[in-house]
Design a protein around this ligand. Structure first.
Ligand SMILES: NC(=O)c1ccc[n+]([C@@H]2O[C@H](COP(=O)([O-])OP(=O)(O)OC[C@H]3O[C@@H](n4cnc5c(N)ncnc54)[C@H](O)[C@@H]3O)[C@@H](O)[C@H]2O)c1
Length: 188
């Protein structure tokens, strides 16, 4: 897919891998980027750096469907389409199964990690795919591209990573059925 002037939605776009992707795609490829992140200060600073004509920040919680809907509406309003989606928002919160006293961990921490790292990816992927499916196919027949960020911990997590590794293994497991389902419209 040609990247110039195409619109990329990046979750976790205010920091780390997501932010680096935004910088690269704007400065090297001439793409437009939408940064979806909880961190407003870092998100707005990144937009200032990239230029308001190239970037938009939407303070978004990827675990909230409503929050994503608001972001998608703002992106469509500003750029008129969505062509790419990189899902990089993630939390590495450690979550041991038993604490030092041998007491079982509460489910809340585990659920939070799964909610952000796995359900958040599904949430944003689905909303972006809905918009991509409306795009005119390019010369290669593509309407969009989705990249879901996983981790080596999906295969070989450390002690305390049962939640993180489980969430990333979930992303890996989701990718092939997502590609099969969305293939007629987009690439995953
Ligand atoms: N850093 C590593 O060594 C490493 C290794 C393998 C995989 N990864 C994965 O790569 C991705 C990016 O990692 P990173 O190190 O750049 O992370 P990072 O911590 O620098 O950035 C993650 C961003 O996600 C945002 N975020 C967290 N919860 C959110 C939510 N509910 N809604 C919206 N945004 C939210 C944070 O505010 C932050 O800006 C993650 O999915 C991570 O699991 C990282």
């Amino acid at each position: 897919m040609k990247l110039k002037n195409r619109v990329l939605v990046i979750t976790g776009g205010a920091s780390g891998l997501g932010q680096a992707t935004a910088r690269y795609m704007v400065s090297e490829k001439g793409a437009k980027v939408a940064l979806l992140d909880l961190n407003e200060a870092a998100g707005t600073a990144t937009v200032e750096e990239l230029g308001e004509e190239n970037a938009i920040f939407c303070q978004t919680d990827v675990t909230s469907e409503e929050s994503i809907d608001v972001a998608i509406a703002a992106i469509m309003d500003k750029f008129g389409a969505i062509h790419m989606n990189v899902n990089a928002a993630g939390i590495p919160l450690p979550c041991k199964i038993l604490d030092r006293e041998g007491k079982a961990s509460s489910l809340a921490k585990y659920a939070m990690v799964i909610n952000v790292n796995l359900m958040g990816v599904f949430n944003v992927m689905a909303k972006c795919a809905e918009q991509m499916a409306k795009n005119e196919p390019d010369q290669k027949g593509e309407r969009g591209v989705i990249v879901n960020v996983s981790s080596g911990a999906a295969y070989e997590g450390q002690i305390g990573q049962s939640a993180y590794s489980g969430s990333k293994a979930g992303v890996n497991g989701m990718n092939i059925p997502a590609a099969r389902e969305l293939g007629p419209w987009v690439s995953v």
